[in-house]
Design a protein around this ligand. Structure first.
Ligand code: BG6
Length: 483
């Protein structure tokens, strides 16, 4: 079943993700001529709309969310010719029948269903598609995160989906894997011989993964308050980044080879339980503060009710295997932090004997994914000039700015890659069931530890780097977070 899809059916097509990300990504693929000529796109949601209404909806989404310089009426018209819409609700059987007919009428081969709805609808929608005879070979399903809110709910969803779709036809989205910078991490590690000999506990002293956001909860308070930073970001995006940094080289760049290696990392994570949470983790919740000189409200004010949900989480993880034995992986993510940064930093061990005294700082490899893509290797170099006191060192950076290097190329939203791969039936950048479940198993234990230890988020003012506990977490082990 290696054929390109003939139909992409988007559930939740009138939702926020569709408007901001999915439809603009389809537009980008259309602009670059990457959509199969015969591909049709069928939107479905509860909202009552006809085909024309959906075409207008898509035009509006493109106008708002595609950069002005990339907008072109002829591309939009080409995309609009592919579009259709059928209102449906999974709890209304007649509407699902009508949807089934629309799917049959539009499909001329493989079908991709993209479930961009609340996760509680995944199993019922898959069940309905199965009952309509529309879940057989040649169909595949894309599921948005979060898959559940813990291992038990994820297993229930995965079981429900598996009753209709075999695992190799289930594509779980973690949009971080669609980001150019994240794929570049694979290129950096496995396309160069230089790093591999150094990529282990003998040479790496510590690793830091930071996903910092300046935004607050942006009107998604109800969803977010149920999730918190741990379920919303740590369980998926941060652990996926950790996997890509820590995994063994796969034998091939294919879906199972890559995912087998990621799974082994997740299975090697040292459990963090009630006895460790106070020393190995930190939780925070933002209070009112300022960002870029502008006052911003606190989480509770945005939410409008009391809450014990964390908007910041940091922890010290260990990958207990030969390669990484004893190397701490510091992970942190939070909302309303001072700047938007996603980066991975590997700090190498200090020189074994410094002939320059305390001047020699350890080398650091920084892989910056957002806002700009950049790879920086921080090295010690002689400060130019004469100095009676001897040779003076400065830290300098070998710096590769991907934007400067490949400046002419457009920055692609993650969903362009993911849609293209799903249409072409390539699962490498999607998450397998066992990965999702292993990630929940690990984070569930931490969450249970917090509950057992009675650990609650500490306040941090918006616009600061999280609560004091986060600084202490690294400081306790003689380390410091990168500024
Ligand atoms: C989503 C989370 O998965 O990722 C959001 O639900 C978060 O809370 C977003 O803001 C961050 O994605 P990006 O691509 O902006 O880093």
């Amino acid at each position: 079943m290696d054929t390109a899809a003939s139909l992409l059916t988007i559930f939740g097509a009138s939702g926020d993700l569709a408007r901001r990300m999915l439809l603009p990504s389809l537009y980008g693929l259309e602009a670059d001529g990457l959509l199969p000529g015969t591909l049709r796109v069928l939107g479905t949601a509860r909202s009552d709309m006809d085909d024309e209404g959906f075409r207008r909806f898509v035009a509006d989404a493109i106008a708002r969310h595609v950069p002005a310089g990339e907008q072109d009426d002829t591309v939009l018209e080409r995309l609009q010719r592919r579009l259709g819409y059928q209102a449906a609700s999974v709890d209304d059987e007649a509407s699902m029948h009508r949807l089934g007919e629309a799917v049959r009428a539009a499909a001329g081969g493989d079908i991709v269903y993209h479930l961009s709805t609340a996760p509680r609808f995944y199993a019922p929608i898959c069940g309905a598609l199965g009952a309509l005879g529309l879940g057989g070979p040649g169909t595949r399903v894309l599921l948005e995160k979060p898959i559940g809110k813990d291992l038990a709910s994820a297993t229930a969803i995965n079981d429900g989906v598996a009753r209709v779709f075999d695992e190799d036809r289930v594509f779980r989205v973690d949009h971080y894997l669609g980001k150019e910078g994240v794929q570049n991490l694979l290129a950096l590690r496995f396309g160069n011989g230089l790093f591999e000999p150094l990529w282990n506990a003998r040479h790496v002293q510590q690793v830091q993964v930071t996903v910092a956001e300046t935004v607050g909860v942006e009107g998604r308070g109800d969803y977010y308050d149920e999730s918190g930073a741990t379920r919303d970001m740590l369980q998926n995006h941060l652990l996926q980044l950790l996997c890509l940094v820590a995994m063994e080289p796969p034998a091939q760049f294919d879906a199972n080879a890559v995912r087998n290696e990621k799974l082994k990392v997740l299975q090697s994570l040292r459990p963090i339980g009630a006895a460790d949470v106070r020393t190995e983790t930190a939780l925070g919740q933002y209070t009112a503060g300022a960002l870029a000189g502008q006052p911003v409200p606190g989480y509770l004010e945005e939410l409008g009710r009391p809450s014990g949900t964390e908007t910041f989480v940091a922890l010290r993880a260990h990958v207990d295997n030969w390669r990484w034995s004893g190397v701490p992986f510091y992970l942190r993510t939070g909302k309303r932090l001072p700047s938007r940064v996603t980066e991975i930093a590997l700090q190498f061990r200090p020189v074994p004997h410094s002939i320059f005294g305390a001047q020699a700082q350890p080398n650091v490899l920084v892989i910056r994914l957002q806002p700009e893509e950049r790879i920086e290797l921080r090295l010690m170099s002689k400060t130019p000039g004469l100095d009676r006191a001897g040779l003076r060192l400065s830290e300098v950076a070998l710096d590769l700015d991907m934007h400067e290097e490949f400046g002419a190329l457009r920055r692609r939203p993650a969903y362009e890659r993911l849609y293209l791969d799903a249409i072409e039936n390539t699962g490498t950048l999607f998450v397998r069931r066992d990965e999702v479940e292993a990630a929940w198993r690990w984070t569930d234990q931490i969450q249970a530890g917090w509950a057992q230890a009675g650990m609650r988020p500490e306040p941090y003012p918006a616009g600061t780097w999280g609560p004091p506990g986060a600084l202490m977490l690294a400081g306790r082990h003689g380390h410091a977070w990168r500024a």
